[in-house]
Design a protein around this ligand. Structure first.
Ligand code: PLP
Length: 396
């Protein structure tokens, strides 16, 4: 609920008209935040696998690997149990214990926590205020003789400045792992994300643009690396019950593979629908004082897993959390990705050396609006109307 202090410098008439205070909501029927629903054909594909009795990773996973790698401009795809395992497989095959790895403080925890799980030292760097993506100049300042890699996320589905990351990596002979858990089918300079870096990892978690419940993928362009990842994925088994290396069981299964393959057939059209909705949002939200729509990296075409705005807290007089409550009351679900910088996560207390300022500041200002492939022009209009209503109520 609102505290009196949180409502200083507001427009009292407009505040009292907010649904949060009993006014009528902009959306009589709430807009959906996301649409992870399966189609009949996905259910039929999973059903066919169940009837076949071949439940382990087999033909469906093989086909998903091939098709997903093709669509992402990668040579080889390797399915796995989830996006966290995908990161562990990539790190485990490219990095040594003790390596320092530059990672943005502004990302989901797994990008950095799986470095720690592998015995590497995450070196947290800052992100760009405009695109939310890794700040390559800040990354440069943090390179030491022990730095061996950069692990960065195409956050919210927007590709990072890949040219700049690759140039830095080349200059200092660093490996590059891209976490594309949120960026299926995004492109950079006209190419799929699989064309860049040493390994690219994906999540197929239920709410992702390609959701299978749980699931993941690593794409690579090197046969030897693919072989190493394949061994790590399945107990280092080089021959039947012959284990040359310590590995894991991070395999996918064919029910998941079939759902992924079926959904992949629609993913390009669904991604384009997200892009259309994002353009419509940006055109409208840019007109609202106090609201800053997201900026896409030059040369990139985003996948828009999340559409994330920033509040300009010099103009908006309430907290982001109060703004979010007010928006929900208007019938617009919203979410905060993420409420804190990774350097403020207790789990990293032992490895944090400083707090990159943009990451910390974004944690107070970002808000994700509804985004999915079925968002209509009317939905976008209503969401923007609700944002404008709240922004004008809580403005200086
Ligand atoms: C950026 C990022 N990396 C990694 C992951 C981990 O993926 P999973 O949940 O499939 O393990 C996620 C999932 O939310 C993510 O958003």
């Amino acid at each position: 609920m609102t505290s009196p202090a949180a409502e200083l410098s507001t427009q009292p008439d407009r505040v009292s008209s907010l649904a949060l205070h009993g006014g009528s909501p902009v959306c009589a029927q709430p807009v959906a935040f996301m649409k992870p629903g399966l189609h009949r054909e996905d259910i039929d594909a999973a059903h066919a696998v169940l009837e076949s009795g071949m439940l382990r990773a087999a033909g469906q996973c093989d086909a998903l690997e091939k098709e997903f790698a093709d669509k992402s401009d990668a040579k080889i795809g390797l399915t796995c149990a989830n996006g966290t395992c995908a990161l562990q497989l990539a790190y485990g095959s490219l990095l040594e214990r003790g390596d320092e790895v530059i990672v943005p403080a502004w990302t989901y925890i797994a990008t950095a926590s799986m470095l720690v799980a592998h015995g590497c030292k995450p070196i947290f760097c800052d992100s760009r205020e405009d695109t939310f993506q890794i700040d390559v100049e800040d990354a440069r300042q943090r390179i030491t003789p022990n730095t061996k890699a950069i692990a960065c996320t195409h956050l919210y589905g927007t590709p990072v400045d890949i040219d700049a990351v690759q140039a830095l990596a080349k200059e200092f002979n660093l490996k590059v792992i891209y976490d594309a858990a949120q960026a299926h089918l995004a492109t950079y300079n006209g190419k799929g994300l699989g064309a860049f870096g040493d390994a690219v990892t994906y999540s197929f978690y239920a709410t992702k643009n390609l959701g299978t419940g749980e699931g993941g993928m690593v794409t690579v362009n090197d046969d030897d690396l693919a072989r190493t990842i394949g061994l790590l994925r399945s107990h280092g088994e080089t021959d039947k019950y012959l284990h040359g290396h310590i590995g894991f069981n991070y395999r996918m299964n064919d029910i998941t593979g079939a759902i992924g393959l079926s959904r992949l057939g629609r993913l390009e059209a669904e991604t384009n629908a997200r892009r259309k909705a994002a353009d419509a949002y940006t055109a409208k939200l840019a007109q609202i004082p106090g609201i800053v729509p997201p900026t896409v990296t030059p040369g990139a075409d985003a996948a828009w897993h999340l559409y994330t705005i920033k509040l300009d807290l010099d103009i908006i007089t309430c907290t982001r959390d109060l703004f979010a409550d007010a928006l929900r009351a208007e019938g617009v679900p919203c979410a905060v990705h993420y409420p804190r910088s990774l350097t403020d996560q207790p789990a990293f207390a032992d490895v944090v050396t400083d707090h990159p300022p943009v990451a910390r500041s974004l944690a107070r200002r970002v808000l994700c609006l509804p985004m999915h492939h079925e968002l209509t022009d009317g939905d976008v209009d209503r969401v923007c109307e609700a944002v404008a209503k709240i922004a004008s109520a809580y403005s200086a």
